[in-house]
Design a protein around this ligand. Structure first.
Ligand SMILES: Nc1ncnc2c1ncn2[C@@H]1O[C@H](COP(=O)(O)OP(=O)(O)OP(=O)(O)O)[C@@H](O)[C@H]1O
Ligand SMILES: [Mg+2]
Length: 456
């Protein structure tokens, strides 16, 4: 498929940079397997006249640089705008990764249809035929008469189609190819080359691209890491297929906070944003069984109450199992050690399972105390009242450290009708004003929390 011009390709080892004219399973230079990636070799440009100063006069003082105003447009879905940091930035590249069938195409069809009402939008469908996309738009009852669609896999002709187009959706980057490389679509070299081409178009013509990316079995975006480097924003669309809730998480955002998450519900009429989280991250039966505790978690700009559930059972093998979902593994191991050593809970010969409800990932330290509380509840087989919330960072000495956004967290508990909240003692001052609305218990050590919740 190589073109007739002088452009040829070679295989370059992504580890050591060694080159070879043919593909090799093992790099002859560094000995690593599967690292040879096809790359385009451009003919060497004729030597230019000597350049005394390459950047002469182009460097500017920071004070001379004017602020660039980012134009933001709404996507029509408020949760999606939030995750992007307040709307779609003109000329940006947004990558949306997710498991098969999670709803990437559905979400982007909805956004494309909304944007096409005022702007020219092109849907470059490499995976589905035009009629499939039309069928979906019809099923979702979208106003999409003006939406342009192409069913194509080669992106070399894309640039010619982009006259007047402001938004372009590529579904998906693993299904498109460029004729410059002979490797098949989806290969590391193709994905990288296609993404680079799209970036060049986006930056030179100010067109915004939404690019669908597939994820590997391990859950990472398929293709080279450079794909994520090129993008301005990388979003992951996650959720259990059998449950209707989906979470959109930013893992990289040049124009906003990466802590932001968007919560959606997959319905017959498409993907709908969820604004009332109480049903998503809290179970109906919380407070009835031991091992569950609620914590107000700060994700990006908002605070939401999330239930942490734990299960402790006797180890049937020599090595006890620790299985956290939504909580960091190393953090769980550390908290178990604190509970064992500082609070005397014998957990070293038990399997421990922890789950943050609704598939959310809690990676801030403020959920430490709630994990400890849930574990202690499971250990003592004593349920924690459903209207009690807990938060605080736990140190290795068993002390409870202050956390950020304390006021916001307590305010969220008040809003949700909670009756008692256990807060780090060092945060007490900032939340004293809520004392007439909710019982606030200052906690200095993990032991104090255990005493307060289980030994009264
Ligand atoms: N007729 C239908 N009625 C209701 N829901 C449907 C219907 N058809 C598909 N769906 C929902 O849409 C989901 C598929 O959405 P979509 O095609 O957007 O996923 P995707 O992430 O683009 O998948 P892929 O990776 O295969 O491209 C299905 O999992 C299903 O829940
Ligand atoms: Mg799809």
């Amino acid at each position: 498929m190589a073109k007739t011009n002088k452009t040829t390709t070679e295989f370059v080892c992504s580890e050591c940079g060694a080159t070879s004219p043919r593909w090799l399973g093992r790099c002859p230079s560094c000995g690593k397997f599967n690292t040879m990636v096809e790359e385009i070799v451009k003919p060497a440009e004729p030597q230019k006249a000597a350049r005394p100063s390459v950047y002469g006069g182009r460097a500017k003082k920071l004070s001379e640089i004017s602020y660039e105003h980012y134009d933001r447009t709404s996507s029509g879905i408020s949760e999606f705008d939030n995750v992007l940091g307040g709307g779609i930035v003109k000329g940006s590249l947004v990558l949306i990764g997710g498991d098969p069938g999670i709803g990437k195409s559905t979400l982007l069809t909805q956004i494309a249809a909304y944007l096409s009402q005022n702007k020219k939008v092109l849907y470059f469908s490499a995976e589905e035929s035009c009629s499939q996309v039309k069928l979906r738009a019809q099923r979702l009852q979208l106003k999409s008469e003006e939406l342009l669609i192409i069913n194509e896999t080669c992106i070399d002709g894309l640039e010619a189609e982009l006259d007047g187009v402001e938004y372009c959706i590529i579904d998906s980057v693993q299904a498109v190819y460029t004729d410059d490389l002979s490797s098949s679509a989806g290969s590391v070299g193709q994905v990288r080359e296609c993404a680079t081409k799209l970036m060049r178009i986006a930056k030179s013509r100010g067109i915004t691209f939404f690019i669908v990316g597939h994820v590997t079995k391990e859950g990472a975006l398929a293709g080279p890491k450079v794909l994520e480097h090129i993008m301005d924003t990388v979003l992951y669309f996650e959720g259990e297929n059998q449950e209707n809730f989906r979470i959109l998480r930013a893992v990289k955002n040049r124009f906003g906070n990466v802590q932001e998450v968007g919560v959606f519900e997959m319905t017959g009429e498409g993907i709908k944003p969820v604004t009332d989280y109480s049903g998503v991250f809290l179970s109906e039966s919380r407070g009835e069984e031991a091992g569950s505790v609620v914590t107000p978690a700060q994700t990006g700009a908002r605070c939401m109450n999330v239930e942490i559930q734990t299960l402790i059972c006797k180890t049937s093998f020599g090595q006890p199992r620790r299985m956290p979902l939504g909580v960091d593994y190393n953090k769980l191991v550390l908290l178990l050690a604190v509970l064992e050593k500082r609070c005397g809970l014998a957990l070293s010969s038990s399997d421990v399972y922890v789950n943050a409800m609704g598939g959310i990932r809690l990676n801030e330290p403020s959920c430490d105390l709630a994990v400890c509380a849930a574990l202690a509840s499971a250990y003592f087989a004593k349920p924690v009242d459903k209207y009690v919330a807990v938060f605080g960072e736990v140190g290795l000495t068993g002390e409870v450290r202050a956390v950020s956004y304390c006021e916001k967290r307590v305010a969220e508990c008040v809003k949700m009708g909670f009756k008692k909240v256990l807060v780090p003692a060092k945060n007490m001052k900032s939340v004293a004003k809520y004392a007439d609305k909710i019982a606030i218990v200052p906690i200095l050590y993990v032991n104090t929390m255990i005493k307060n919740l289980f030994k009264d």
